[in-house]
Ligand binder design. Sequence first.
Ligand code: PLP
Length: 447
Amino acid sequence: PDATDTRRASTARSAEAFLAAQAVMPGGVSSPVRAFRSVGGTPRFMASARGAYLYDVDGSEYVDLVGSWGPMVLGHAHPAVVWAVQQAASQGLSFGAPTERETALAREIQRRVPAVERLRFVSTGTEAAMTAIRLARGVTGRPLIIKFAGCYHGHLDALLAQAGSGVATLALPGSAGVTEATAAETLVLPYNDVAAVEAAFATHGERIAAVVTEAAPANMGVVPPLPGFNAALRRITREHGAMLVLDEVLTGFRASSSGWWGLESAVEGWDPDLLLFGKVVGGGLPVAAVGGRQDVLEHLAPLGPVYQAGTLSGNPVATAAGLATLQAADDAVYARITHAAHVVADALTAALTAEGVAHSIQWAGTLFSPAFVDPADGPVTDYARAQAQDTWRYPALFHSLLEQGVHAPPSVYEAWFLSAAHDDAALGRVVEALPAAARAAATATPA
Ligand code: PLP
């Protein structure tokens, strides 16, 4: 029987809601991972959230380790953010005209990340990536984009491409509906492999518009760049006149107060040409942005020939949420998130070790995830190794936690997201739940 059967009584309304949703929406969801396909069972339909907790339609409470996939650094329904949103909403939901709040949010981003000389707001990380690619191609006049296997930048055609064949670097489509012509303009390389980047530039250098990389990947589980990898990308792109696009959609204002770039630039001192932001910059509402060099951003319409626009871009309510979130996210907030992440990661590794489950805890700033690999082989550094782990252990771990009131990410390839609202009581509940979850992982068998 399915692991969720034991809780059928208390998940009845979620199960009903899931059936109703499937009758009107493909898979019953607005974004695929919410459907629990990689862990099985019934997704919990949520009714509300506050602080570190989610409440589902059956009335169950969960310590939330997903944080809406990143935005909720302060926890859910933070009073300052809710107040700012209510104030903004009472003044009108959307004007289709500029507001001073957009400038204030742009300035706050710039204060934290000085590499942002200019910035354009969009609504999703996907749009930010799409805009960056068009800009890079528009400025360089070149067609090709390099991305890394295992890095996610949203669902735009150009970046869904995955490493297909081991022979050519020219990619096969990673999704039905992506034309071969589009996929052929994306070179997919193994992550953390400077030699592969050098080789791609040696062959195609004159035609490469940009290298797009997650600042620290967290969509194949957390797989941080090896020391010097991002700096090498900077050096190589500069030598060949290509742009370096640093995707901080997930890590921005999350991995640290100034994102992953803030952690690295303090040590290695380099700037990308373009940066992508999302998630935290909207505080839970749809705001994302592409920022970077002034001379590059000024190629955007209305100043330049690269067209880009959005009916709801820089929306006054959404930017109010983002601004209130960043204003409240001070050093104490990041210290709290760091502490919370270490408490959970330490307890997770202790519980897995006690059960003899081979694993590595992968870190990038405040972000971590477990990978079920032999730690004797070192940490996971690329997608091939991330895929080769004992992924089948994760559903057992996940469902045990869920049954104990802890909502971990429903896929082994996702980071675990803590917030400043994860106080000792919330963390205590996670710590208490982990030994049984680790036991479930230990006794799981490959499907
Ligand atoms: N880039 C990264 C690194 C992401 O993690 C995501 C989403 O998870 C995106 C881009 C796409 O953002 P969105 O889902 O807002 O389109």
